[in-house]
Design a protein around this ligand. Structure first.
Ligand code: G3I
Length: 343
């Protein structure tokens, strides 16, 4: 019973999940644990629904890799998070500043989001029903909590760390107009999926979190569809912001749900017992913050094993950020997650 998604559901949440990526799916032991729905009743595809993967040339859509992950989720009855519609990174070369005027780029954003979210609409509906069965077995009295569809990161990382808008091709060409365009296009494509804006360094209170809150407040004032704020939570051992719980509550007070969407907690290598023990406490702190905020609907780790973590490739000398080690053995962090859901 002491497994991660079961405990999340027992704590009143929708899910505990993991990111994954297509190259990892040829690793059978990895796939077996990924499909263990007692630990993970949700997955997010780490790369295969991004713009470069799904619309490599204008108007030509390819969903093959995304479909592999979506079908895997469906076969296991796991919820699926779409990631993502509009982001400044991993764009195909044709989406470049100066190539398009305001009206043209808005229509490109509209078409991309609408086509992408439409493609996965049916999948998400089926996931919604197949997901109920294991949950009913887990917690019969709580069934209504889980009657919901899943989510899309419609806009990813729109802010600079000081809370101003990032100078992406989208912002440079359209100002903030692309954000409402993307959200409306996603809503038109699937009125049931939860529409999120997702960013990093918005775990604690501060300028970037204030910028996110101001954006969401203004979108709601204008009647733009927005359901949630995704808090990525790429964190550092020993440095979980002390205002995390308060900040999640501040976001929830805007009238949206929140989710921890990309959790990992990295350290400077080598991993010592002391660092792994601190990491256990840090995972517990993050999970407990989500548990304490009723509008926090779930937590996703940005892959469950150090074997496939993005961290060492980006931060030289750092790693060991995930709850399973590179041999697919559980680390103390696993117990930290258990403790967070049950404390
Ligand atoms: O597909 C190519 C492959 O053909 C080539 O041989 C290989 C050689 O390096 O690169 C492959 O592309 C890599 C891609 O992942 C797919 O594996 C890129 O180099 C690599 O940069 C890319 O990294 C991804 C990163 O986003 C890009 O910014 C990570 O896997 C992915 O985990 C990471 O995820 C992001 C979230 O989307 C948003 N939040 C932050 C998070 C971590 O950076």
């Amino acid at each position: 019973y002491c497994q991660l998604s079961r405990l999340a559901i027992a704590a009143g949440k929708r899910y505990f999940g993991s990111a994954t990526d297509n190259p990892e799916l040829s690793d059978s032991p990895y796939v077996a644990q990924l499909g263990n729905t007692a630990d993970f009743n949700q997955i997010t595809e780490g790369n295969s629904m991004k713009w470069d993967a799904t619309e490599p040339s204008r108007g030509t859509f390819t969903f093959a890799n995304g479909d592999v992950v979506a079908n895997l989720a469906r076969s296991k009855g796991q919820l699926l998070r779409g990631h993502n519609c509009v982001w400044h990174s991993q764009l195909p070369g044709w989406v470049t500043a100066g190539n398009f005027n305001n009206a043209t780029l808005l229509s490109i954003v509209q078409n991309h989001c609408n086509t992408l979210v439409s493609h996965y609409r049916g999948q998400m509906c089926q996931l919604y029903f197949t997901s109920l069965e294991p949950m009913i077995t887990n917690s019969p009295s709580d069934v209504t909590v889980h009657v919901t569809t899943d989510s899309w990161d419609v806009v990813n990382e729109p802010f600079n760390d000081d809370g101003t808008f990032r100078q992406s091709v989208f912002f440079q060409t359209t100002g903030t107009a692309y954000i409402a365009t993307a959200l409306r296009a996603a809503h038109d494509a699937d009125p049931n999926t939860k529409l999120y804006i997702n960013d990093f360094n918005i775990e604690g209170t501060g300028a970037k979190s204030t910028g996110m809150a101001n954006l969401v407040r203004s979108l709601k004032d204008q009647g733009v569809p927005i359901d949630g704020i995704g808090v990525q939570a790429h964190l550092i051992v020993g440095a979980v912001p002390s205002t995390l719980r308060q900040n999640l509550q501040n976001f929830a007070n805007l009238g949206v749900e929140v989710a921890i969407t990309e959790l990992d907690i990295r350290m400077t290598l080598p991993a010592t017992q002391a660092l792994l023990a601190q990491q256990q406490r840090d995972y517990q702190t993050v999970i407990a913050a989500c548990k304490a905020v009723s509008a926090c609907v779930g937590v996703t780790v940005w892959d469950y094993t150090d074997k496939y973590s993005w961290v060492p490739g980006t931060f030289s000398g750092q790693g060991a950020a995930c709850p399973w080690d590179a041999n697919l053995a559980k680390k103390p962090a696993y117990q930290g997650i258990v403790n967070g859901w049950t404390q």
